[in-house]
Design a protein around this ligand. Sequence first.
Ligand code: FES
Length: 145
Amino acid sequence: MERRDFVSNIGLTLALVCTAGLAACSKGGSNDPGPTPPGGGNAKLTLNLGSDLTNVGDFRISNGVIIIRTGSGNTASAFTALSSTCTHQGCTVATFNNTSKLIECNAPCGHGSRYTTTGAVNTGPATAALTAYTIKVDGNVLTVS
Ligand code: FES
């Protein structure tokens, strides 16, 4: 193979590799995040208030979030959204107790920590509050981000 042919072949090979690499990273490839969910791309959770969390005390634990209806009406202030990851040892909190108004991290994973609806620690062993998230309500669509 002549030097000119060798250089030409290397150039063609590099062009093919670069083209393939760019195609793999372009929209529509395996890294495509898909359509943007309602409420934007940063949404951790989206609910339809026409059917979800219709009564005060209703709660949902999903996608790393515990969201609780704490009041009436479909406004952001009628809900609280917190991380569902207990700050003690990282278990997912188990439930919201509507009688005590506390979020409970129970056995078998949890060790009995309790949090208020603001995320503050009520009872240890946890010592740090749950992270609070932002809630937006647009009509019947509630979005946590
Ligand atoms: S992990 Fe929640 S109390 Fe220990």
